[in-house]
Design a protein around this ligand. Structure first.
Ligand code: PRP
Ligand code: URA
Length: 209
Protein backbone atom coordinates (compact mmCIF):
# COMPACT_ATOMS: atom_id res chain seq x y z
CA UNK A 1 0.00 0.00 0.00
CA UNK A 2 1.46 3.40 -0.98
CA UNK A 3 2.32 5.82 1.78
CA UNK A 4 0.42 9.07 2.24
CA UNK A 5 2.39 12.06 3.51
CA UNK A 6 0.47 15.05 4.84
CA UNK A 7 2.72 18.07 4.69
CA UNK A 8 1.69 20.01 7.75
CA UNK A 9 4.40 22.67 7.70
CA UNK A 10 2.92 25.91 9.09
CA UNK A 11 3.73 27.90 5.95
CA UNK A 12 1.95 25.34 3.77
CA UNK A 13 -1.07 25.22 6.06
CA UNK A 14 -1.30 29.02 6.28
CA UNK A 15 -1.12 29.49 2.53
CA UNK A 16 -3.60 26.66 1.91
CA UNK A 17 -6.12 28.37 4.18
CA UNK A 18 -5.95 31.51 2.00
CA UNK A 19 -6.18 29.44 -1.19
CA UNK A 20 -9.37 27.80 0.08
CA UNK A 21 -11.01 31.16 0.87
CA UNK A 22 -13.79 31.92 -1.60
CA UNK A 23 -12.70 35.61 -1.58
CA UNK A 24 -9.21 34.83 -2.93
CA UNK A 25 -9.00 35.95 -6.58
CA UNK A 26 -7.05 34.30 -9.43
CA UNK A 27 -3.87 36.41 -9.07
CA UNK A 28 -3.39 35.60 -5.40
CA UNK A 29 -4.62 32.04 -5.93
CA UNK A 30 -1.95 31.44 -8.61
CA UNK A 31 0.83 32.97 -6.52
CA UNK A 32 -0.08 30.91 -3.48
CA UNK A 33 -0.41 27.62 -5.39
CA UNK A 34 3.06 28.30 -6.81
CA UNK A 35 4.48 28.94 -3.35
CA UNK A 36 2.82 25.89 -1.80
CA UNK A 37 4.15 23.69 -4.61
CA UNK A 38 7.66 25.00 -3.98
CA UNK A 39 7.39 24.32 -0.25
CA UNK A 40 5.93 20.85 -0.82
CA UNK A 41 8.67 20.00 -3.33
CA UNK A 42 11.14 20.40 -0.48
CA UNK A 43 9.49 17.43 1.27
CA UNK A 44 8.77 15.40 -1.87
CA UNK A 45 12.48 15.45 -2.80
CA UNK A 46 13.73 14.70 0.72
CA UNK A 47 14.95 11.20 -0.26
CA UNK A 48 17.08 12.31 -3.25
CA UNK A 49 20.48 10.63 -3.18
CA UNK A 50 23.58 12.72 -2.47
CA UNK A 51 27.22 12.17 -3.41
CA UNK A 52 30.39 13.48 -1.79
CA UNK A 53 32.15 16.28 -3.64
CA UNK A 54 35.11 18.53 -2.90
CA UNK A 55 34.60 22.23 -3.47
CA UNK A 56 37.41 24.76 -3.58
CA UNK A 57 36.47 27.80 -1.51
CA UNK A 58 38.63 30.97 -1.42
CA UNK A 59 40.18 29.56 1.77
CA UNK A 60 40.51 25.80 1.26
CA UNK A 61 38.78 22.56 0.28
CA UNK A 62 35.27 21.92 1.62
CA UNK A 63 33.93 18.38 1.72
CA UNK A 64 30.34 18.78 0.58
CA UNK A 65 27.44 16.75 -0.72
CA UNK A 66 25.51 17.36 -3.93
CA UNK A 67 22.56 15.64 -5.58
CA UNK A 68 23.95 12.62 -7.40
CA UNK A 69 22.95 13.09 -11.01
CA UNK A 70 19.44 11.70 -10.54
CA UNK A 71 17.10 13.26 -13.06
CA UNK A 72 13.67 14.61 -12.20
CA UNK A 73 10.56 14.90 -14.35
CA UNK A 74 7.44 16.80 -13.36
CA UNK A 75 4.16 15.98 -15.03
CA UNK A 76 1.24 18.34 -14.43
CA UNK A 77 -2.24 17.04 -15.20
CA UNK A 78 -3.81 19.77 -17.35
CA UNK A 79 -5.18 22.20 -16.68
CA UNK A 80 -4.97 22.77 -12.97
CA UNK A 81 -1.67 20.93 -12.46
CA UNK A 82 0.01 23.68 -14.51
CA UNK A 83 -0.36 25.98 -11.53
CA UNK A 84 2.13 23.86 -9.56
CA UNK A 85 4.92 23.64 -12.17
CA UNK A 86 6.73 26.95 -11.64
CA UNK A 87 7.21 26.40 -7.94
CA UNK A 88 9.01 23.13 -8.60
CA UNK A 89 11.15 24.17 -11.55
CA UNK A 90 12.34 27.19 -9.55
CA UNK A 91 13.71 24.70 -7.03
CA UNK A 92 14.88 22.10 -9.59
CA UNK A 93 15.72 24.01 -12.79
CA UNK A 94 16.98 20.87 -14.57
CA UNK A 95 13.63 19.09 -14.22
CA UNK A 96 11.94 18.23 -17.51
CA UNK A 97 8.23 18.90 -17.77
CA UNK A 98 5.79 16.48 -19.40
CA UNK A 99 2.09 17.20 -19.85
CA UNK A 100 -1.01 15.04 -19.65
CA UNK A 101 -4.31 16.60 -20.65
CA UNK A 102 -7.34 15.10 -18.91
CA UNK A 103 -10.73 16.46 -18.04
CA UNK A 104 -13.43 14.89 -15.97
CA UNK A 105 -16.62 14.25 -17.85
CA UNK A 106 -19.09 16.20 -15.70
CA UNK A 107 -21.77 13.49 -16.04
CA UNK A 108 -19.76 10.31 -15.54
CA UNK A 109 -16.83 11.90 -13.62
CA UNK A 110 -14.60 9.65 -15.76
CA UNK A 111 -11.30 11.14 -17.02
CA UNK A 112 -11.04 11.85 -20.76
CA UNK A 113 -7.52 12.15 -22.26
CA UNK A 114 -6.92 14.95 -24.79
CA UNK A 115 -3.14 15.47 -24.70
CA UNK A 116 -0.02 13.57 -23.71
CA UNK A 117 3.59 14.69 -24.25
CA UNK A 118 6.20 13.22 -21.94
CA UNK A 119 10.02 13.41 -21.86
CA UNK A 120 11.46 10.58 -23.97
CA UNK A 121 13.72 9.45 -21.12
CA UNK A 122 11.02 9.18 -18.45
CA UNK A 123 12.22 5.66 -17.57
CA UNK A 124 15.45 7.26 -16.22
CA UNK A 125 13.73 9.97 -14.18
CA UNK A 126 12.14 10.27 -10.79
CA UNK A 127 8.69 11.55 -11.69
CA UNK A 128 6.40 13.87 -9.76
CA UNK A 129 2.80 14.03 -11.00
CA UNK A 130 1.12 17.32 -10.12
CA UNK A 131 -2.55 18.12 -9.62
CA UNK A 132 -4.04 20.38 -6.96
CA UNK A 133 -7.08 18.12 -6.43
CA UNK A 134 -7.36 14.37 -5.82
CA UNK A 135 -11.13 13.87 -5.75
CA UNK A 136 -12.48 10.52 -7.04
CA UNK A 137 -8.91 9.75 -8.06
CA UNK A 138 -9.98 8.91 -11.63
CA UNK A 139 -7.70 11.53 -13.22
CA UNK A 140 -4.62 10.66 -11.17
CA UNK A 141 -5.12 6.90 -11.64
CA UNK A 142 -5.45 7.33 -15.43
CA UNK A 143 -2.49 9.76 -15.67
CA UNK A 144 -0.22 7.43 -13.72
CA UNK A 145 -1.36 4.52 -15.89
CA UNK A 146 -0.38 6.46 -19.08
CA UNK A 147 2.98 7.33 -17.55
CA UNK A 148 3.68 3.71 -16.64
CA UNK A 149 2.63 2.58 -20.14
CA UNK A 150 5.28 4.97 -21.55
CA UNK A 151 7.96 3.51 -19.26
CA UNK A 152 7.78 5.72 -16.16
CA UNK A 153 8.68 3.84 -12.98
CA UNK A 154 9.55 5.95 -9.98
CA UNK A 155 6.42 8.03 -9.56
CA UNK A 156 5.19 10.28 -6.75
CA UNK A 157 1.88 12.13 -6.71
CA UNK A 158 1.74 15.64 -5.26
CA UNK A 159 -1.62 17.31 -4.62
CA UNK A 160 -2.84 20.17 -2.47
CA UNK A 161 -6.08 18.59 -1.24
CA UNK A 162 -7.05 14.92 -1.27
CA UNK A 163 -10.37 13.24 -0.58
CA UNK A 164 -10.26 9.86 1.19
CA UNK A 165 -11.95 8.33 -1.89
CA UNK A 166 -9.13 9.57 -4.17
CA UNK A 167 -6.41 8.31 -1.88
CA UNK A 168 -8.05 4.87 -1.75
CA UNK A 169 -8.36 4.78 -5.56
CA UNK A 170 -4.68 5.62 -6.13
CA UNK A 171 -3.57 3.17 -3.46
CA UNK A 172 -5.65 0.40 -5.03
CA UNK A 173 -4.50 1.04 -8.62
CA UNK A 174 -0.90 2.13 -7.96
CA UNK A 175 0.31 0.84 -4.59
CA UNK A 176 3.89 1.80 -5.52
CA UNK A 177 3.08 5.53 -5.83
CA UNK A 178 3.60 7.68 -2.72
CA UNK A 179 1.07 10.46 -2.25
CA UNK A 180 2.03 13.89 -0.88
CA UNK A 181 -0.79 16.22 0.10
CA UNK A 182 -1.22 19.36 2.18
CA UNK A 183 -4.64 18.23 3.46
CA UNK A 184 -7.03 15.30 3.55
CA UNK A 185 -10.58 16.61 3.49
CA UNK A 186 -13.84 15.03 4.63
CA UNK A 187 -15.52 13.62 1.54
CA UNK A 188 -16.86 14.22 -1.97
CA UNK A 189 -20.23 15.81 -2.71
CA UNK A 190 -22.74 14.45 -5.25
CA UNK A 191 -20.90 16.26 -8.09
CA UNK A 192 -17.55 14.75 -7.17
CA UNK A 193 -16.23 17.97 -5.60
CA UNK A 194 -14.11 17.81 -2.48
CA UNK A 195 -15.88 19.05 0.67
CA UNK A 196 -14.85 21.59 1.89
CA UNK A 197 -12.02 21.67 -0.71
CA UNK A 198 -11.44 24.90 -2.60
CA UNK A 199 -13.93 24.61 -5.45
CA UNK A 200 -12.85 24.09 -9.05
CA UNK A 201 -9.08 24.47 -9.05
CA UNK A 202 -8.76 25.07 -12.81
CA UNK A 203 -11.43 27.77 -12.84
CA UNK A 204 -9.95 29.50 -9.80
CA UNK A 205 -6.42 29.44 -11.27
CA UNK A 206 -7.40 30.71 -14.69
CA UNK A 207 -10.43 32.84 -13.79
CA UNK A 208 -12.75 30.90 -16.09
CA UNK A 209 -15.81 31.07 -13.85
C1 PRP B 1 -9.85 18.59 -11.79
C2 PRP B 1 -8.55 18.46 -11.04
C3 PRP B 1 -8.18 17.03 -11.26
C4 PRP B 1 -9.52 16.36 -11.32
C5 PRP B 1 -9.72 15.67 -10.00
O1 PRP B 1 -9.63 18.76 -13.13
O2 PRP B 1 -7.58 19.38 -11.45
O3 PRP B 1 -7.47 16.81 -12.47
O4 PRP B 1 -10.50 17.37 -11.49
O5 PRP B 1 -10.88 14.94 -10.01
P1 PRP B 1 -10.89 13.35 -9.95
O6 PRP B 1 -9.92 12.97 -8.85
O7 PRP B 1 -12.31 13.04 -9.59
O8 PRP B 1 -10.48 12.82 -11.28
P2 PRP B 1 -10.84 19.00 -14.17
O9 PRP B 1 -11.30 17.71 -14.72
O10 PRP B 1 -11.87 19.88 -13.52
O11 PRP B 1 -10.13 19.74 -15.37
P3 PRP B 1 -9.35 21.15 -15.42
O12 PRP B 1 -8.05 20.97 -14.66
O13 PRP B 1 -9.14 21.34 -16.87
O14 PRP B 1 -10.22 22.21 -14.79
N1 URA C 1 -11.80 19.05 -9.31
C1 URA C 1 -11.70 20.26 -8.71
O1 URA C 1 -11.15 21.20 -9.32
N2 URA C 1 -12.19 20.41 -7.48
C2 URA C 1 -12.73 19.41 -6.80
O2 URA C 1 -13.17 19.62 -5.64
C3 URA C 1 -12.85 18.16 -7.42
C4 URA C 1 -12.36 18.00 -8.68
Amino acid sequence: MSKVHVIDHPLVQHKLAIVRDVRTGPKEFRELVDEIALLMAYEVTRDMALEDVEVETPIGIAHCRMISGKKIGVIPILRAGLGMVNGIVQLIPTAKVGHIGLYRDPETLQPVEYYCKLPTDIHERDLIVLDPMLATGGSAVAAIRFIKEKGGKNIKLMVLIAAPEGIAAVQAAHPDVEIFTAAIDERLNDHGYIVPGLGDAGDRLFGTK
